[in-house]
Write a protein that binds this ligand. Structure first.
Ligand code: NAD
Length: 333
């Protein structure tokens, strides 16, 4: 039997960083000891991903300005195959996010029937273009193109999404160059609670290449003890109920209810689902039943406003990282 009260106090006191990004707790202003004593029976603290994301963008903007002073311009070139309204809108939002931190954003759109060879050639040209510091490929691609094969074409140093298999490999070997954005976002959100990841019991639900597997890898790198669950997992709740850190990345609204979550756990909801409400209007929700789970989790990310904005900021941070790796440092010339 787990002594949850003791466990919880240990977590709160072992925090390595002040959790000033953890907002909206009704007990935020209470004296620490009182907050601690009452905390176990009260609702979760909401991890404000939007606030964390803004702070990270400020830091990225500051470092990009420093590069600019050295005459080093940062350029992210995004590739869109087949022009769709959704793809163009997404790209426009990316352009705005880049502009806000001083990154030049260029969108290259190619016809939907471009061949794999022609697209690979275009990527190679960008790899060799010194003006381009970062490259990303908008997904999904048309059916005749293999996304992984195309991502493999991107120079690992310019791979701002961290999706080239080489970059995943570097993470495995503990020599991370550029890691996948969503996984980095999840780690930052967990760290913002101040709870130590070392030795923590972490359960990741969902094992895709883009989300679950990289998240599990980065948690392992942080010395957490990992269980990775997926569609074939027998008795999912048996695993989720013992998680001190629960990350859910599946794409099924309401998959995780209150009974599936351990008291006091950190719950990170990666899922993004559009659902129709009883009145016919649409709403974006995660995979976790937020209203019920927040009553006894320790910390929880909302959807929207949790992992999503942090992932965008991580893309900007990775673009900065690429630029620092790629662009010549004038002081060294
Ligand atoms: P995916 O469909 O590629 O993978 C889903 C994973 O969930 C698979 O590993 C599958 O085995 C597992 N799964 C399915 N049903 C399950 C069940 N009942 N129990 C346990 N595991 C189950 O999806 P994805 O691309 O990884 O995306 C997952 C969700 O995360 C989606 O809602 C997506 O929109 C969202 N997402 C968000 C971000 C972000 O930045 N916030 C980034 C990527 C994905």
């Amino acid at each position: 039997m787990i002594d949850l009260g003791t466990d919880r106090r240990k977590w709160d006191c072992e925090g390595e960083r002040p959790s000033f990004f953890v907002l909206h707790s009704p007990f935020h202003d209470f004296p620490f000891s009182f907050g601690l004593l009452t905390f176990c029976i009260m609702a979760a603290k909401i991890i404000d991903g939007a606030a964390l994301a803004l702070a990270l963008r400020d830091e990225v903007a500051r470092r990009i300005a420093l590069l600019g002073q050295q005459g080093r311009a940062v350029q992210l070139t995004a590739i869109l195959v087949g022009s769709t309204a959704a793809g163009e809108l997404y790209a426009e939002r990316q352009r705005q996010a880049c502009r806000a931190v001083g990154i030049n954003y260029e969108l290259r759109t190619f016809p939907a029937d471009i061949t794999a060879n022609a697209l690979a050639n275009e990527i190679q040209k960008l790899n060799h273009d010194p003006a381009v510091s970062g490259i990303m490929l908008h997904l999904p691609l048309p059916g005749h193109l293999d996304a992984t094969a195309m991502q493999y074409q991107i120079d690992p140093v310019k791979d701002v999404e961290g999706v080239n298999p080489a970059n995943i490999g570097y993470v495995v070997y503990g020599h991370t160059l550029i890691a996948p954005c969503t996984a980095l976002a999840v780690i930052e959100l967990i760290k913002s609670t101040g709870v130590s990841l070392r030795g923590a019991e972490a359960v990741v639900v969902g094992a895709s290449e883009i989300a679950g597997k990289p998240i599990a890898l980065l948690l392992t790198e942080q010395m957490a003890t990992i269980t990775l669950c997926h569609i074939a997992t027998r008795d999912l709740e048996q695993h989720t109920r013992r998680a001190e850190i629960l990350v859910v990345a599946v794409g099924k609204p309401g998959l995780i209810g209150a009974e599936a979550v351990r008291e006091g756990a950190i719950v990170i909801d990666v899922g993004i689902n559009r659902v129709t409400q009883p009145d016919g209007t649409k709403k974006t929700v995660g995979d976790v039943d937020f209203e019920l789970v927040k009553e006894h989790a320790g910390w929880i990310t909302p959807v929207p406003g949790g992992v999503g904005p942090m992932t965008v900021s991580m893309l900007l941070k990775n673009t900065l990282r690429s630029a620092e790796l790629v662009l010549p440092d004038r002081d060294l010339l």
